[in-house]
Design a protein around this ligand. Sequence first.
Ligand code: 4AD
Ligand code: MG
Length: 430
Amino acid sequence: MKVTIREINKYVDQEVTIGCWLANKRSSGKIAFLQLRDGTGFIQGVVVKNEVPDDVFQLAKTVTQESSLYITGMVRIDERSPFGYELLVKDIELISESHDYPITPKAHGTEFLMDHRHLWLRSKRQHAIMVVRNEIIRATYEFFNDRGFIKVDPPILTGSAPEGTTELFHTKYFDEDAYLSQSGQLYMEAAAMALGKVFSFGPTFRAEKSKTRRHLIEFWMIEPEMAFYTFEDNLKLQEEYVSYLVQSVLKNCKLELNTLGRDLSKLENIQAPFPRIHYDDAIKFLHEKGFDDIKWGDDFGAPHETAIANSFDRPVFITHFPKAIKPFYMEPDPDREDVVLCADLIAPEGYGEIIGGSERIHDYELLKHRLDEYHLPLDTYQWYLDLRKYGSVPHSGFGLGLERTVAWITGTEHVRETIPFPRLLNRLYP
Ligand code: 4AD
Ligand code: MG
């Protein structure tokens, strides 16, 4: 019976065959331990000299790392293995031999691993990160579907620039200029007026010259947008969503979190509601902590965000940023002209901003005025202004950066390990 490692718990004391690769091995004169992986998981195969034909034991001793195999054996419970099972091998069939696999069990430098990303993905740690990434995506669809949201796909080739024009990827669109989407938000606003509560999940592109552990050139964003949602409604949804993601990973990816050595107690804390701090108070707090480099009106850098995040055991909202450092579309605070109804959600433990969101301007004249102030061409944004002309309603939304969220939940230092093939400032290969 051909089975996968993931479902092997259903076959205890039965003989099964798995298609797999050899991740690692060690052997002595009488016994060989094969670390096997099949994409669904990892399991140890035990080959005992006296229990298999000579040629099978010989193959077990000589087979090279990452050779592909069919292995037949008896499934046994193994209390010592974190996975809980092992295979007592009866037969090995070599499918394809691997020669001089470059990633050996010894430690390699980051650039070497990045050059071999197409192979590095096979490692236990990278496998675990990708499984958690998948769980976050799965839980996202579940969360929004359960709450009556409709999934909408905004375009990737666009003429507009919601987050400012400095970081756009330019391309030709026949005779016109086009940009790769830096956010689907403006289209999601149109979709919310048609479908009520919507969310998107797609790639976004930013030609940011930032070389930090939090920046990718191509990253994936989840962007919900809700008609009739106020700033407050928006924050409630965000804390509920982020808690749901963390609790889903805790429930469904225990093995992977253990493989990654993640401190589970840090994740168990992540329950709504999340603390909130007004931008004014964040500035005061930073001054008290000795950050003399920042003044009211400045944006926060990574050290500022980390200092704020470190005083809380769960993500923290920084709210009401100065309007001058935020995009044109944010609704001003009705009590104060100089700040807007927005919030950034900062992850704990120094993983940085994982969500940016706001209530959107719904008044036609005000939005037009803001577009002018930002020198944005009215012809490009006429369709967006139209939304304020035909039954405009208060509405809000946010964008969660998938890779930063994966980095935080998995405890991965750099976002380059949280996406299968990262696009970085100086990396387009592989
Ligand atoms: O804060 P940002 O720029 O917000 C927007 O794009 C809004 N239009 C979203 C919305 O309201 N619909 O980006 C949202 C999130 C950030 O909080 C961060 O998690 C992630 O996207 N992000 C990046 N992740 C990796 N690499 C980058 N270069 C990123 N830039 C933003
Ligand atoms: Mg932001």
